[in-house]
Ligand binder design. Structure first.
Ligand SMILES: Cc1cc2nc3c(=O)[nH]c(=O)nc-3n(C[C@H](O)[C@H](O)[C@H](O)COP(=O)(O)OP(=O)(O)OC[C@H]3O[C@@H](n4cnc5c(N)ncnc54)[C@H](O)[C@@H]3O)c2cc1C
Length: 512
């Protein structure tokens, strides 16, 4: 790489970073470099099938992390490693949070992120091919479509009917701000059934621009800070170590990658930095803290012969509901998952407004060593209460004849043990047993947020201000899931794209 100075360096080409690089490079006077640790496929025609197929999440472009779910118990923690990031490997459920999810960010002094601020951005980023009203947009980069209700696969149709049997209302539009109940999910897939990643939606059309360069297979070790200003990044690529200079640097490495780069750059809790042999440069103790993910737990069973195949969709129907006694609307989700290998069918309850928090720390200053990720799922008693309420609802589902008919008689629990459905239904009423089951089997929902959260300038745990600017360092921003102060009651991809759009607009209007 020549010794030129880029106007903008964006690190991480995922849900937010690809959007930032694409939008900034619309200004032809600005020279933009997008750096990504994973490979860059320069168009859909050369992209592997696994990344294009929206039938199920892709597993072959992953960081290979694991994380501690509950003390002492680790489980794999998928994160996309490719241009497109996790948006290129995910399950394509295109769901927004509730208005209250963004309005609650105001408690952190973030008046720019209320529902009335973000709704226009959600509308402009989508091309909803079915619903046109004041909540939906047409013509945006992310196509959104729904499965036809009368054309569901048998398992999904059974789950939908069981939801009605159990008294849940039908909702034709899960992205309506007041929607609750059962409906076919909104999916970011195109008319050919392909996953619409941010690589496809935002970068494919931008690749021809002379002022945008995309470099894949380049791992960023750290940001170089001189006299309080970010001036360059240190990268490791096929040519070894290199320094690349930039006037503005934006970190979009996601909830795991971004705090890792910050810590290696000397930004964080000085005690933790010194423990890893890193010289502290800026004290920001919030880096790596406030790690939040949704929690999920359920039961599975073997599909009947030929019931689930390699071409079965992973998901079609979504139930959003409020747990018993909760004052948070839609604080839970439930879905029927279908995917080989056996047990190929499962029902899982998902806790969408968790109160428990985890933390990310470095294990080493070496960028090739994965960080220590601890989720502390269900440590808050209210989280445990709601997940058990969800397990008891699952017992009602497996007792429903429509679900029994698709094989839910002999169950495989999430801890690998086997149990007859009728025994599970009794056992799950025993709260002591249910707590132990939850602690040994609960998993994350691949939606980590919060490890470099936004906040006001006088908030000691805030890492960035509400415009994504790093507090205490000039010329450095963050735009990705890590800046969310709390987690939305929805899958997180659309919120990350919205964050990319919103911060890019501010960056286009600022010199910094
Ligand atoms: C398997 C899976 C299924 C999911 N399903 C859904 C779903 O159906 N619906 C939904 O809404 N959400 C889903 N999600 C979550 C959603 O995709 C993420 O919340 C979102 O993509 C995160 O966006 P981001 O920009 O914060 O990070 P990412 O999209 O993960 O982007 C971060 C990028 O930075 C790169 N990077 C990291 N560190 C470095 C470094 N040091 N140097 C260079 N590059 C680096 C990474 O390789 C990656 O490309 C899923 C996630 C996964 C993993």
């Amino acid at each position: 790489m020549s010794a030129e100075i880029w106007d903008d360096i964006v690190i991480g080409a995922g849900s937010s970073g690809a959007v930032i690089a694409s939008r900034l490079s619309e200004d032809s006077r600005r020279r933009v470099l997008l750096i990504e640790a994973g490979p860059d496929y320069s168009g859909s025609d050369v992209t592997p099938f696994s990344l294009l197929s929206a039938l199920k999440p892709a597993r072959d472009h992953d960081w290979g992390f694991d994380a501690e779910m509950t003390p002492g118990r680790r489980f794999e923690y998928a994160r996309g490693r490719v241009v497109g990031g996790s948006s290129a490997v995910n399950a394509c459920l295109a769901l927004r949070g509730l208005p209250s999810d963004y309005d609650e960010w105001q408690k952190f002094g973030l008046e720019e992120w209320s529902w009335s601020d973000v709704l226009p951005v959600f509308r402009s980023l989508e091309d909803d091919v079915e619903i046109s009203n004041e909540y939906h947009g047409q013509g945006g980069p992310i196509g959104v479509r729904r499965h036809e209700l009368n054309n569901l696969t048998p398992g999904q149709a059974a789950f939908y009917a069981a939801c009605i049997d159990l008294g849940f209302p039908e909702t034709p539009d899960h992205n309506h701000p007041e929607a609750s109940g059962v409906g076919t999910g909104p999916w970011n897939i195109d008319s050919q059934g392909r996953r619409i990643s941010t690589a496809m939606a935002y970068l494919e059309s931008a690749r021809g621009r002379k002022n945008l360069r995309i470099l894949g297979d380049l791992l960023v070790d750290k940001v170089v800070i001189e006299e309080g200003r970010a001036v360059a990044v240190d990268v490791i690529g096929p040519m070894g170590r290199e320094r690349i200079d930039g006037r503005r640097i934006t970190l979009s490495c996601g909830t795991i990658g971004t705090p890792s780069v910050l810590l290696r750059s000397g930004i964080g809790d000085p005690v933790e930095l010194k423990r890893n042999g890193i010289v502290p440069i800026v004290k920001r103790c919030g880096v790596g803290r406030n790690l939040i993910d949704h929690a999920r737990l359920g039961v599975g069973w073997m599909g009947m012969p030929n019931f689930v195949g390699n071409d079965s969709p992973y998901l079609e129907v979504l139930l959003r509901y409020t747990s018993t006694g909760s004052d948070r609307l839609n604080d839970m989700q439930m879905m029927l998952f279908q995917m080989l290998p056996e047990p190929s069918l499962s029902i899982r309850t998902q806790l969408m407004k968790p109160l428990s928090q985890g933390q990310l720390c470095l294990n080493s200053a070496d960028p090739l060593v994965q960080p220590d990720i601890r989720l502390n799922l269900l440590t808050d008693p209210e989280d445990m209460r709601r997940i058990i309420d969800g397990l008891q609802l699952i017992a009602r589902f497996v007792a429903n004849p429509r679900i029994a008919q698709i094989g839910a008689r002999s169950l495989v629990l999430d801890d690998g043990s086997n149990m007859d459905a009728s025994v599970f239904s009794q056992q799950i009423q025993d709260v002591e047993w249910a707590v132990e089951y939850a602690q040994r089997a609960v998993r994350h929902y691949v939606h980590p947020v919060g490890t470099s959260r936004m906040g006001s300038l006088d908030d000691p745990d805030a890492v960035v201000d509400q415009y994504g600017k790093l507090i205490g360092v000039q010329g450095l921003r963050i735009a990705d899931a890590s800046i969310m102060p709390t987690i939305p009651a929805a899958n997180t991809n659309l919120s990350c794209i919205m964050i990319g759009e919103r911060i890019a607009q501010w960056m286009l209007n600022e010199a910094d």
